[in-house]
Structures are given as C-alpha cells and as structure tokens.
Design a protein around this ligand. Structure first.
Ligand code: CMP
Length: 138
C-alpha cells in the first residue's frame, strides 16, 4: 500500500469560504500536503474523472456541480492515508457522517458533499496523476 491519497475540496466548499478551515483540519489530522492547486474542471475532465458513475442517474448533476467553480485539488501523505482520510471526511451523505467529520461540519447534501477522498490506493494514484505532473508533486 502507498501512503498517499487524493482529495478535492469541491465547488460548494470553495464557494462558502471553507478552504482554510478544511485544510487546517486535514493538517491537524496528520496529513502532509505533497501537491496542491486551485483549479476548475472542464466538462470533459469531470466526465472522465467520474467515468465510473456514468450510468448513475445523478451523473449529469454531478458533472454540473463539479465544473461550476474552482476546486482545491491535493495529494496527501500519511501512513494508511486512503482509509484514514475517508474516516476524517465521513460518510458520502453528510446526514450519515459522524460528528466531527469534514462532511458533517461542512457538507450540505449527498450530492454537494464538500470533499472528495480516493477509495483505494489504486484510485489515489490514478486521480493524483489526473491532476498533477511529477514536477508539481513533492
Ligand atoms: P464522491 O463519493 O466523492 O464521488 C461521487 C460523487 O457523486 C459523490 O461524492 C457525490 O458528490 C455524488 N453522489 C453520490 N451519490 C449521489 C446521489 N445519490 N445523488 C447525487 N449525487 C450523488
């Protein structure tokens, strides 16, 4: 297993001014930022990134949401990064997310859920490489 995961602070979190608070929580939880940028996904980017959800009824809504404004993309390093980060962000639906998790604190709904976390080491590597070149990763 690698010790890295990939995250995005999604457009709703950026719009509401939560970048600083969420990054503070991520850092305080022991994750080291090894790549980071403010960027906006194109429709083609989002369709590719979320390709696995193509047949889902919410796919169009998801692409619309993820492209409507800037996101913060980042690669994070920590022992057991993928699993520990998913614990930190909480359940996909903020209504089900544990107290103190990022989604419980900052997310509005299952569709606009503030933050992304890779679900496996393999996807962490794919998603990190989607957003960052080797020269942008430290
Ligand atoms: P995430 O799990 O990071 O990646 C897939 C995203 O699709 C998810 O976050 C939500 O933003 C969105 N999503 C998941 N389930 C639903 C749903 N039932 N309705 C709308 N959006 C969803």
């Amino acid at each position: 297993a690698t010790n890295r995961t990939f995250t995005m602070l999604k457009p709703d979190a950026v719009e509401k001014g939560h970048i600083g608070a969420i990054l503070e929580k991520i850092s305080a939880s022991g994750f080291k930022i090894v790549a980071m940028k403010l960027t906006q996904m194109t429709k083609a980017d989002a369709e590719e990134f979320y390709g696995i959800h193509k047949e889902r009824p919410f796919f169009g809504e998801l692409v619309e949401y993820m492209t409507r404004g800037p996101i913060v993309a980042a690669i994070l390093e920590k022992e057991n990064a993928v699993e520990d980060f998913r614990t930190l962000i909480g359940a996909t639906n903020p209504a089900d997310a544990a107290e103190g998790t990022i989604r419980k604190m900052y997310a509005e709904s299952i569709s606009e859920n503030a933050v992304h976390g890779s679900d496996s080491d393999e996807n962490a590597a794919i998603e990190g490489a989607f957003h960052f070149s080797g020269r942008e990763t430290f």
